[in-house]
Structure formats: structure tokens, C-alpha cells
Design a protein around this ligand. Sequence first.
Ligand code: GLV
Ligand code: GLV
Length: 321
Amino acid sequence: MEKIYITRHIPEIGIEMLKDAGHEVTVSEKDGVLSKDELISELQKEEYDAVLSLLTDQIDAEVYDAAPKAKIFANYAVGFNNIDVEEAKKRNITITNTPGVLTETVAEYTFSLILSLLHRIPEADKFTRAGKYEGWAPELLLGRNIAGKTIGILGAGRIGQQVVRHAHHFGAKVIYNDIKQNEALEQEVGAEFKKDINDVFKEADIISVHVPLLPATKHLVSKERLELMKEDAYLINTSRGPVVDEKALVEVLRAGSIKGAALDVFEEEPKLAPGLVEFPNVIITPHIASATESTRGKMAELAATNIIDMLKGEKPKHVVS
Ligand code: GLV
Ligand code: GLV
């Protein structure tokens, strides 16, 4: 019987699958993120063969040292910037993620943010609840249409491409930047590739970020680039917080040099950059873009399957490179 440690409670289906496969499963009892020291001391209590980690766990050499028998760290997320993959390679530890199952959900959520921001839905809700609605008015809370606008996508991976499709169906023009051009996508929805990322910042009315967090993408949305944006343009981020220079974003919002923003991720989660909460033209949500009941369940199944395959001696399907 092999031993598996799960760093926080996840949807039951994943836990049941691991048990049904004959494994002994220990789930952290803390209702919260384990600190690094807590995680290390938990892992040292038993000789674990596998660990199921979350994007809030920093997994590095010290953590691997605390679980010397662990063959796999299965991350319950598509992003894996929280894991030292190089160090894992040196130690022959397999790292897996949960791609695919959350694509639709994150793309839908991203589009919900775009719709909510342009149509000012959170502002309107707050206004109405506050008892300020005194009757219909021709110029009350005017928003903006998505149809006819140019949406700029940074990173045309699975999620980015799905957002491109939604944008196309809403009648927007789509431009995108990625490390590689995607001719199939261009044929499908008439998206236009911008080799120079700065052209996306200059031309788009709505910019949506879908790159993974890597050393090369930290502050990809820099102060200089934010300043290239049109005055009536919006920024949306559902990828990883550090891709956007959040302090610089607060500065351009304060200067009124962009129209608004919607963020589901932050540079130092769960902290927010000072000043961010003051803007009515900013929507902030607590990293829930993949949070539907079915998707979080599928992520649990996928992470469990990755572990089950590994412990059977097979290569899991979602090994990160
Ligand atoms: C969520 O942010 C994920 O990477 O799955
Ligand atoms: C203006 O942007 C509008 O869509 O009405």
C-alpha cells in the first residue's frame, strides 16, 4: 500500500479514486495553506510515495528533502510556477499538472470579466443595492460594447485560444501575440498575429493575459507597456499575478491613462497592491477562474489519475516539461 499526502482538502472524488486504487491517503487537516515549515514537518511524519500539491504550495529542494521516497508531485492546477521543476528533474521526481479540463471554465470566466467590466455590472449592482436607483435614465451607467472592439490576447495557448473564439463570436476583432504564430487559429476566427507584443498594447481596446508565469513573463505587462495602451482600453488578467506589474497598473489607473481592469490573480496573493481597491472601474476576484463544481472535480480526478498511473509504474499523461 503506497502512501499519498494531499496538502489541503480537494473535491472528494479525487481522494476516493486514490483510495479505491488501494492507496493510503492523508489529507492535511489544516483548513488553509500550509506554511513551508508546516508542509515539511507534515511530510516528515511518514514515508510518502506521492504528494498532491496546490498552487499555493512552494515546492522546492527543501520540500523534496522532506519526502525522499516521493516519486511524483501532482499539482492541482494547470500552472506550475510554484514548483521547482529543474530541481525535480535532477532528483528524478515527476511533476504533473491538470491541463485541458479547466480550459472552458477559465475562458468563460475571462469573458465574464470582460462583459462585466465593459457593461459595468459590479458598479451597477453596488449602485442599485445602495438605493441610488431613482428611475430609468438615458445616460445612467453607460458601458461599452464588445462588438466592434479589438481584443488583444497575450498567449494563445489552450485558454487564450478559447477566449479568442468567444471574442470572435461577440463580433470583436482579435489580435494576438505568442511565441509562435498559430495559422489554424487565424483561419478559424481571422485572428491577426502581432510579432511585436508592443503592437498589441498600442492597438487593442481590451487586452487579456493568458501566458504562463516564467522568468521571461514576469512583468510582461510592464509600466512601459501599460503606458502604450489606449486611454479607453481595458486590461484583464486571469493567468498569474506577477505577469502584470501591479503597482504600475495602480499608477496608470490613477492617472486615468487606461479605462479599467479586471484581475483574478495578484502579484502577492492574497495581498492586493495598495490602492487597487479604490477604483470603481476595476473588478477584483479571488483567483476563482477555474472554480466551477464540475471543473474543480475534474481537476481532482486528473491529479489523482496522474498519481495512480505513476504508482502503477506508467508514465502519467500530464507530465510538465
Ligand atoms: C489555476 O490558477 C491553475 O493554474 O489551475
Ligand atoms: C463605446 O465603446 C460603445 O461601445 O458604445
